[in-house]
Design a protein around this ligand. Structure first.
Ligand SMILES: C[S@@+](CC[C@H](N)C(=O)[O-])C[C@H]1O[C@@H](n2cnc3c(N)ncnc32)[C@H](O)[C@@H]1O
Length: 338
C-alpha cells in the first residue's frame, strides 16, 4: 500500500480468501472515527478490542486512553496478531491471539469493549467482562441477512444491554477459527455452464435462503437464472436509510443479500422460490431488479411505501436491547418514539 492509498478514506484489505473476500483489513477511517466517537472514551479507561487487524485502531485507542489507561486487542488469526504486534512495538497496547468471542478475562473488567468484526449475537463473556455502565460497540448482522449491518453502542444495565446510539457500517465476519471460512459461504450459488466454462451469475446470502425447502431452493435457482426486469419506484431516496428500515423491519424469512461480479445487493425472496427482488443500486431505491414473479417486488415496494409513510426513519431512530437467558442473547430492535 502506497502512502496515497493509506491516506484515502477507504478500508484497505490486508488479507483475503482465495475467492477474494476480506479476512482482515484496516477499517475505513471515517467509520473508525465515528465508532471511536460513539465509544465516549476518556483518559485512564481500560479498553478491550476484538479484531486487532493491523493494530491501527488499537494505536488510536491507546493514544486516547493515555498512559493511565490500558488497551488489549485480540485477533483469532496468529498472522494478523503478530503483524499487529510488530506495528504496535513501543506502544503499551497488548496483542492477544485468541477467539474474541470469549473476550479476554485476565484483564477484565473493561470500561469499553469495541468489536471490529461483525457478529449476529452477543457472547455472554462480553457482558460479564464489561463493568456496570460500561459501553460495548459491535457491528451486528441483522435478521439472518449475513450482510445488512448496524453498529449499536450498548450500555450495560445489570444483566442486559441497551443501545445509546446506532451507526451504519459493514465489517467482515467473526470467525470461529483462523481457517474457518464458513461465514463467507453463500447460502446459494447460481451458476451457468457456458461451454466448458462455469459462469458465476449470483451468490445469495442469508438465513432466508438457507431455510428454504429443497424444492423451493431449486425454484429460486431457476428464478435467479432468469433475465431480470426493472421496476421503477417513484421519488428519489437514498438506500442508506431505507437499508436500515429493511434491516429492522423485513421478515427474516425473506431478507437476502446478493452478490454478482460487480456489487452487493439487498432484497427479498418469496418463500416458494418463484420470485426475487433486489435493489439495483446502493445509492438509490428508484430501481428494483425483478426476477421471476412479482410477489417479492410487490412486498419490497410495500416496505418502501411503509417507510415513506412513517417519515423515512433512519439510523437515528433505531433502539436496540439485548437480554440473556442461559448465556444466549436475544436482540430486540424497535423504532424509537414512532
Ligand atoms: C476489519 S479487521 C479489524 C481491523 C482492525 N481493528 C484495525 O484497526 O486494523 C477484522 C479482524 O477481526 C479478526 N477476527 C475475526 N474473527 C475473530 C475472532 N473470533 N476473534 C478475534 N478476532 C477475529 C480478523 O482476523 C481480522 O483481523
Amino acid at each position: 500500500v502506497g502512502i496515497e492509498e493509506a491516506y484515502q478514506d477507504r478500508a484497505i484489505l490486508t488479507k483475503k480468501t482465495g475467492a477474494g473476500h476480506g479476512l482482515s483489513s484496516s477499517s475505513q477511517p471515517a467509520i473508525m472515527a465515528e465508532m471511536l466517537d460513539h465509544l465516549a472514551l476518556e483518559p485512564g479507561m481500560r479498553v478491550l478490542e476484538i479484531g486487532a487487524g493491523t493494530g491501527y485502531n488499537a494505536a488510536l485507542l491507546e493514544r486516547i486512553v493515555g498512559p493511565e489507561g490500558r488497551v488489549v486487542t485480540v485477533d483469532i488469526d496468529p498472522e494478523m496478531a503478530s503483524r499487529a504486534r510488530r506495528a504496535l512495538k513501543g506502544s503499551r497496547a497488548k496483542v492477544i491471539i485468541g477467539d474474541g468471542r470469549n473476550g479476554f478475562a485476565p484483564t477484565a473488567p473493561y470500561d469499553r469493549i469495541i468489536v471490529t468484526a461483525s457478529h449476529d449475537s452477543i457472547p455472554h463473556a462480553w457482558l460479564e467482562q464489561l463493568r456496570p455502565e460500561g459501553l460495548l460497540e459491535v457491528p451486528l448482522r441483522m435478521r439472518g441477512s449475513d450482510s445488512l449491518q448496524l453498529i449499536p453502542t450498548f450500555v450495560r444495565e445489570d444483566g442486559r444491554l441497551r443501545s445509546v446510539s446506532v451507526v451504519v457500517g459493514g465489517f467482515m465476519p467473526i470467525r470461529a477459527a483462523a481457517d474457518d471460512l464458513s461465514p463467507y459461504w453463500p447460502a446459494l450459488n447460481v451458476t451457468r455452464a457456458d461451454g466448458a466454462e462455469v459462469k458465476q451469475l449470483l451468490s445469495l446470502y442469508g438465513q432466508a435462503v438457507r431455510s428454504l425447502s429443497r424444492a423451493a431452493a431449486r425454484r429460486l435457482v431457476a428464478t435467479a437464472c432468469s433475465e431480470p426486469r426493472v421496476r421503477r419506484v417513484s421519488g428519489r431516496s437514498s438506500l442508506d436509510s431505507f437499508a436500515v428500515f429493511l434491516a429492522v423491519t423485513a421478515a427474516t424469512r425473506q431478507l437476502v443479500g446478493a452478490m454478482d461480479e460487480h456489487r452487493f445487493y439487498a432484497g427479498l425472496i418469496s418463500r416458494d422460490g418463484t420470485s426475487l427482488a433486489l435493489l439495483a443500486s446502493w445509492q438509490s431505491i428508484s430501481r428494483i431488479l425483478v426476477f421471476g414473479g412479482d410477489q417479492a417486488a410487490d412486498e419490497l415496494v410495500a416496505l418502501i411505501e411503509q417507510w415513506k409513510g412513517r417519515g423515512r426513519p433512519g439510523v437515528a431512530d433505531v433502539g436496540m436491547t439485548v437480554s440473556f437467558r442461559n448465556g444466549n442473547s436475544t436482540i430486540r430492535t424497535r423504532w424509537r418514539g414512532r
